[in-house]
Write a protein that binds this ligand. Structure first.
Ligand code: NAD
Ligand code: ZN
Length: 381
């Protein structure tokens, strides 16, 4: 089968690799019809993780079931399914508590928890930027779609990751109707957080970034764009909230946060959130941070350490939630919003391409080229 293979920093190729196949009685085999490039792929693409060369990318996957293992009882051949990026068992201590993001069974490293397709440090599972994908524990991991699946693929594929992840940011930030919410990052995840806040009837939703195309998309869903390259974003949020700060904040950038000149300061958005969220406000951090980052310029950042304004955070009585999204906790409800026509997360998609065009798409998305907000690839139809 054809697949997007990692060759080294900023180098990928669409190669022939061994076909994915059923390896365990509970597996499901899916022919991938839509798979996205994610901001998380870029950390690996840039060589800023331990992702091994030769591995296949892709954790935002949707497709049609072509084979099921003998122990699969719910999922049927021919159905369209969307797969949470988390690979989980469904029966461990964490999965039982809806924490499929920290599954203890599927992560082979006993010092870690949680697994994902085509991801650094998240187990051996190949990604779905390929013609075929093996889905372990298929009955648990597949979310089945209805008759509108093929036609609404670019909406439903967002249930694999960014729509639930944006929603999760607003859950950790405890967004209530009427709340003012500030979101750092107008990439696909930040846009989904802004969209989720809007679906939850937030009052004022403010989105911080410096890319005009991304800020324009935020504005298109009713959010207030804040360009941090023009003026201090914290002051802009304070000015919009009578000096109090926002009720809730979402971090959707991660450890490669940078100033307008492009210099990285991993702690920048965290400290901006602490400063621009009110006393007793809540903060949800879904942007990725890593325990080691040998590619960082800064000595502390190399060890995954960031100078956090913890004194101010404590003094303000703020609460912060962190980590990967437990996609299964939300994907069914969000699917039903899409099915009912109440949510259309595909508004972030800027490019739909064939798998062969992956190298150019990665390059453009990595450079945040104007107009490259989200790429959906179609390995098969
Ligand atoms: P992206 O890289 O396309 O978007 C990040 C955006 O942040 C960019 O538009 C960039 O201009 C902006 N940015 C950079 N520095 C900033 C700053 N100082 N202030 C404000 N904005 C700034 O990526 P994405 O796909 O939107 O993903 C965002 C983050 O979420 C990544 O770290 C990704 O790995 C992570 N992620 C986490 C989960 C999870 O489960 N927790 C799931 C998916 C993605
Ligand atoms: Zn993703």
């Amino acid at each position: 089968m054809k697949a997007v293979v990692y060759k080294g920093p900023r180098s990928i190729a669409v190669d022939q690799v061994d076909d994915a196949k059923i390896e365990h009685p509970c597996d499901v085999l899916v022919r991938i019809t839509t798979t996205n490039i994610c901001g998380s792929d870029l950390h690996m693409y840039e060589g800023r993780t331990s992702f091994e060369t030769g591995r296949v990318f892709g954790h935002e996957n949707l497709g049609q079931v072509i084979e099921v293992g003998p122990a699969v009882s719910k999922v049927k051949v021919g159905e369209y399914v969307v797969l949470p990026f988390n690979v989980a068992c469904g029966f461990c201590k964490n999965c039982e508590r809806q924490l499929s993001n920290y599954c203890l069974t599927m992560q082979p490293n006993p010092k870690f928890a949680g697994a994902a397709y085509g991801f650094a440090d998240m187990g051996p599972y190949q990604g779905g930027q390929a013609e075929l994908l093996r889905v372990p524990y298929g009955d648990y991991n597949c979310l089945r779609l209805g008759e509108d699946a093929a036609e609404k693929q670019t909406d439903y594929v967002m249930l694999a990751d960014i729509f639930p992840t944006g929603w999760h940011a607003t859950e950790m930030a405890e967004v209530y109707p009427g709340d003012s919410v500030v979101i750092y990052g107008a990439g696909p995840v930040g846009l989904m957080a802004a969209y989720s806040a809007t679906l939850k009837s937030a009052g004022r939703v403010m989105v911080v970034d410096r890319h005009p195309d991304r800020l324009k998309l935020a504005e298109s869903i009713g959010a207030i764009p804040i360009d941090y390259s023009q003026a201090d974003p914290v002051q802009q949020v304070l000015d919009l909230t009578m000096g109090l700060g926002a009720d809730a904040g979402c971090e959707c950038v991660g450890y490669q946060a940078h100033d307008p000149s492009g210099e990285e300061h991993g702690e920048m958005t965290l400290n901006n959130l602490i400063a621009s969220v009110r006393f007793t406000g809540r903060i949800g951090v879904v942007g990725v941070y890593v325990p080691q980052d040998p590619g960082a310029k800064d000595e502390l950042a190399k060890q995954g350490k960031f100078p956090l304004d913890y004194g101010l955070m404590w003094f303000k009585g703020q609460k912060m939630g962190t980590g990967q999204c437990p996609v299964k906790k939300y994907n069914r409800a969000l699917r039903d919003l899409v099915a009912a026509g109440k949510a259309k997360p595909s508004f972030v998609v800027s490019h739909e391409i064939a798998l062969d065009e992956a190298p150019t798409a990665y390059e453009n998305f990595d450079k945040r080229e104007d107009g490259w907000t989200k790429v959906a690839m179609h390995p098969s139809t």
